[in-house]
Ligand binder design. Structure first.
Ligand SMILES: CC(=O)SCCNC(=O)CCNC(=O)[C@H](O)C(C)(C)COP(=O)(O)OP(=O)(O)OC[C@H]1O[C@@H](n2cnc3c(N)ncnc32)[C@H](O)[C@@H]1OP(=O)(O)O
Ligand SMILES: O=C([O-])CC(=O)C(=O)O
Length: 379
């Protein structure tokens, strides 16, 4: 047994995967051989889900049947929505509400009576239902807390359009819907990131898909992972509110030892390829709205960080100003990340179980070994 300690499992290879390749030196991301730039510009989120789950891009009829099955699964049982409403009334954070609702979905899943970790089709059926219902849960939470009536999901809208419709109560503008769909494509998978790894650790015990996805939602929410997109927007707002120059704010933050959200990455040594695309989309939306305040502040921060530190923007940096231009509430940014990444979680669970081995690393024990036991009455 090796005694070499790899804190945070940095660089440790634990499995083989055909799903996504993150080239940290070149700043490149590939899903099953396709460059993220090509997929973002040319494929819908539904096509990318199909690619990740079934191994190839769908033809027209495969896509139609897959998209139609997804849209049929959008409704969420009233008993779950009732809990979502109660949690919204308690001001529970949206990621926690999502985690609770995902866990509850297992009780209402039509495959619930049997769980066979080797039944790949059943895993993907459950995954499809989960992915279809994430937008309904997130939008319902927001409508409840805003005191608005719930809206039924629409089967004639695609995944991105349907979410924006459920959130805002009206059909989205085409440019916003297309940009949102691109964001879903960009966030769908990213190797063995922390939330995917926690889904796999759960699945590797032969626990079920809902448990794996519930673990993953809980993991994604943290500030060092998907939670950073909301921290980026909060940082921009804070700088604006105190009327400070964004570069000075960041300079002070770094001097005080703070981490700047949206910068740095365990794998990328250069700018995250997704940040490049998102920055372009954020700029386009800002120009169209005639309000580039958040985008310009973001660019100034990136320029400073690039010149003065080793940290480049990651996926969470420009998604913040982009979602803000779409009018999305800040604390929904991370649930939206989850709404996309559920595709990757399910794909990895399905792939990993094909050749499962329990995930169980070791800790180097540094405590004492020969302490003499003292009976309770003598302590
Ligand atoms: C979707 C995603 O998950 S993308 C990542 C989203 N998270 C963020 O944007 C939060 C900010 N970034 C970070 O905290 C980190 O860059 C991480 C966690 C993403 C990756 O970090 P790692 O590669 O594991 O590096 P680690 O956490 O060990 O940090 C190494 C050093 O760099 C510093 N550092 C890392 N990121 C940043 C940052 N954004 N701002 C300032 N300092 C940073 C750390 O403080 C640490 O300094 P120290 O050695 O003086 O203590
Ligand atoms: O890969 C990671 O460590 C984090 C990340 O960028 C992602 O999950 O998209």
């Amino acid at each position: 047994m090796s005694e070499k300690l790899e804190k945070g499992l940095e660089g440790v290879l634990v499995a083989e995967s055909e799903l996504s390749y993150v080239d940290g030196e070149a700043g490149r991301l590939i899903y099953r051989g396709y460059d993220i730039e090509d997929l973002t510009r040319n494929a819908s989120y539904e096509e990318v889900l199909y690619l990740l789950w079934y191994g190839h891009l769908p033809d027209q009829s495969e896509l139609e049947s897959f998209a139609s099955m997804m849209s049929e699964e959008r409704s969420v049982d009233d008993e779950i929505l009732e809990i979502v409403s109660k949690l919204a009334a308690q001001d529970e954070k949206p990621m926690n509400v999502l985690r609770t609702a995902v866990s509850m979905l297992s009780a209402y899943d039509s495959d619930k009576s049997s769980y066979d970790p080797n039944d790949e089709e059943a895993i993907l059926r459950k995954g499809r239902r989960l992915a279809a219902k994430f937008p309904t849960i997130i939008a319902a939470y927001n409508r409840f807390r805003e005191g608005q009536d719930l809206i039924e999901p629409r089967k004639d809208l695609d995944h991105a359009e349907n979410f924006l419709y459920l959130l805002n109560g009206e059909e989205p503008d085409d440019v916003i819907a297309e940009t949102f769909d691109m964001a879903l494509v960009l966030h769908a998978d990213h190797g063995f990131n922390a939330s995917t790894f926690s889904a796999l650790a759960t699945a590797s015990t032969l626990s079920d898909v809902h448990s794996a996805v519930t673990s993953a939602v809980g993991t994604l929410g943290g500030a060092l992972h998907g939670g950073a997109n909301q921290d980026v927007m909060r940082m921009l707002k804070e700088v604006d509110e105190v009327d400070q120059d964004s570069v000075e704010w960041v300079e002070t933050g770094l001097k005080e030892g703070r981490r700047i959200p949206g910068f740095g990455h365990r794998v990328y040594r250069v700018k995250d390829p997704r940040a490049k695309i998102l920055s372009q989309e954020s700029e386009n939306l800002s120009e169209a709205a005639g309000d580039a305040k958040w985008f310009e502040m973001s660019v100034a921060i990136e320029e400073y960080m690039t010149e003065h530190t080793a940290f480049a923007p990651n996926v969470d940096f420009y998604s913040a100003s982009m979602y803000s231009q779409m009018g999305i509430p800040i604390d929904l940014y991370t649930p939206i990340f989850a709404m996309s990444r559920v595709g990757g979680w399910v794909a990895h669970v399905s792939e990993y179980l094909d050749d499962n081995r329990l995930i169980r690393p070791r800790a180097r024990y540094v405590g004492p070994k020969d302490v003499e036991f003292v009976p309770l009455e003598e302590r």
